[in-house]
Write a protein that binds this ligand. Structure first.
Ligand code: GLN
Length: 205
């Protein structure tokens, strides 16, 4: 097969929106390859890049643990595969979490991003909002961030680059080939973040 193979983890959450944003980003960039929904370790094994969508991190994490996907994603991350995690996806990529209301909690994590997450920092569903943010370090000076039950990053290790903040709260990070955002780039028309990710996958390939 020629071209790159990007998978969207299809357990729960906004899977279709990520498939469509990634497909459009590849077409705009003239990058060849496929975008597919992946559910099990065998499909994940074949990927060059993975997007973990927003949704409910406890559900995505628990189901992925049970069917062995979590372990396979960890192996692929260790071998350098780029991953983009949006909202619940960023929570799953992290090492440590707490909830704004519930406090310290245990849930299955990929244990890679050296960050501590606070889940639901910006409130519940009804406190959803949009805001202009900036990700200068990856060449995206302006982006419309959609925040839905969004987490923030409350602590970062030394290998973590902070890509964006809103009101002093960290809302996007990068560590090696792994990117996490508190917001949902798949829910806006702007493809810049998906394009950045496609380029990262292509370079790695
Ligand atoms: N609050 C959700 C969680 O903790 C994430 C919300 C989202 O992905 N929009 O999993």
């Amino acid at each position: 097969m020629s071209g790159i193979n990007i998978g969207i983890l299809a357990v729960q959450g906004d899977v279709a929106e990520n498939v469509s944003a990634t497909r459009m980003a590849m077409d705009d960039l003239g990058v060849e390859g496929i975008v597919s929904e992946v559910k099990n370790p065998e499909q994940i094994a074949d990927l060059d890049g993975l997007i973990i969508p927003g949704g409910e991190s406890t559900v995505i994490g628990t189901l992925s643990l049970v069917n062995g996907s979590l372990k396979k994603i960890k192996e692929k991350i260790a071998s350098g595969m780029p991953v983009l995690g949006t909202c619940a996806g960023m929570i799953l990529l992290s090492k440590k979490i707490k909830d704004r209301v519930v406090g310290e909690m245990e849930q299955p994590l990929l244990d890679y991003l050296d960050i501590q997450i606070e889940r639901n920092t910006f409130g519940r569903q009804k406190e959803s909002f949009e805001a202009d943010i900036s990700l200068e370090k990856i060449g995206i000076p302006k982006f419309r961030g959609v925040f839905i039950r969004a987490p923030s990053v409350i602590d970062t290790g030394k290998n973590v680059e902070v890509l964006s903040k809103i009101d002093e709260k960290i809302v996007a990070v990068k560590q090696g080939n792994i990117i996490g955002t508190s917001f949902h780039p798949e829910l806006t028309e702007d493809l810049s973040i998906h394009k950045y990710f496609v380029n990262l996958v292509q370079k790695k390939n």
